[in-house]
Design a protein. Structure first.
Length: 60
């Protein structure tokens, strides 16, 4: 997978952020501090719904 820093993560050099990897149908998420540990994967529509919910909950 091609991991990158999520645009939802804060600034810094990328060592304490959320990383994501995408495929045509799924989104994977991992903690950059523990990249060899478990990842979360979501179908793309479920991830979009999750992000929408988090934005609404934070007022953004």
């Amino acid at each position: 997978m091609n991991w990158r820093k999520s645009t939802y993560s804060g600034g810094g050099d990328g060592d304490a952020c959320v990383q994501i990897a995408t495929s045509p149908t799924r989104i994977a998420i991992r903690d950059s501090k523990a990249p060899t540990r478990a990842t979360l994967t979501f179908p793309a529509p479920a991830f979009a719904a999750l992000v929408g919910h988090l934005k609404a909950a934070s007022g953004g």
